[in-house]
Design a protein. Structure first.
Length: 263
């Protein structure tokens, strides 16, 4: 996951292993059953009311669907171009800016950011030249040997033998808060995975929920990051699901690839 820089994760990853472990709020099975019944009832009522030509909608119904459009998929195909392994060639539109922000979040949240040369390559590819110079210095200080040690990595930022280091960003939705021909501000709501999968790991893989805000600029033929920042949440209540073993997590990370995100 991205650390340091304008937005990065700052000290979030470090602090996650300094604080005492808190037991997540667990929802009892009886409560899950009740919620499930309520959801089914709501779905049944919605289905029964479909097609009512005389039905008027105040604050719900069609209005709710209208409000949801900014984060709904549009069916547009993902871009096919790549630049240094990152999707590129996004349209100069609001939708293109959202797709760019989602894919940039994935690239900047990956394990490649823990290797200096690869990190510099990503920053030079995704940021404006002015921002890249500023971000690289800050990130070089943040991705330190001390941080690697606390995450269980080697001084070179690699996982020890028999371990699998996990760092992934999984966008859940995007929205544009500002847009112009030369710039856009896009928020990416995402869940992240960070930690070491292994039988002797002292930093097991955990999940985070954050919103990553990108200030994008149109530079040449694509969107580039001029500035970015992050904040916690929105975070849902943890589900009543038993955590998988380190072996299962390692296997999943190796077998399940990522996506090219498009609106």
């Amino acid at each position: 996951m991205s650390i340091g820089g304008d937005g990065g994760y700052g000290d979030d990853v470090v602090d996650a292993y300094d604080e005492p472990r808190r037991q997540p709020v667990r929802v009892g099975r009886s409560m899950v059953t009740v919620v499930g019944v309520v959801v089914l009832l709501i779905a049944a009522i919605a289905f029964a009311n479909r097609g009512g030509g005389d039905t008027t909608s105040g604050g719900g119904g069609a209005q709710a669907r209208e409000d949801a459009r900014p984060t709904a998929p549009t069916g547009e195909r993902p871009v096919t171009g790549q630049s240094n392994g990152v999707p590129s060639g996004f349209p100069r539109t609001e939708q293109g800016a959202q797709s760019a922000a989602a894919n940039y979040a994935v690239a900047l949240g990956g394990t490649g950011m823990f290797e200096t040369e690869h990190r510099h390559m990503l920053v030079d590819t995704l940021y404006t030249p002015e921002a890249a110079a500023r971000v690289k210095d800050a990130q070089d200080r943040a991705y330190s040997k001390a941080l690697f040690e606390r995450l269980g990595l080697t001084p070179e930022g690699e996982a020890p033998d028999g371990m699998t280091f996990v760092s992934r960003t999984v966008p859940v939705g995007t929205r544009v808060t500002e847009y112009g021909d030369d710039g856009a501000t896009v928020e990416v709501w995402y869940t992240g995975l960070i930690g070491m999968a292994g039988e002797e790991s002292t930093t097991p893989v955990t999940t985070t929920w954050k919103t990553w805000t990108f200030q994008l600029r149109w530079a040449g033929s694509d969107w580039r990051i001029a500035q970015d920042s992050q904040e916690d949440g929105p975070a849902p209540v943890p589900g009543d699901i038993r955590a998988s073993t380190a072996e299962d997590i390692s296997k999943a990370v190796e077998e399940y690839g990522g996506f090219t995100y498009a609106r």
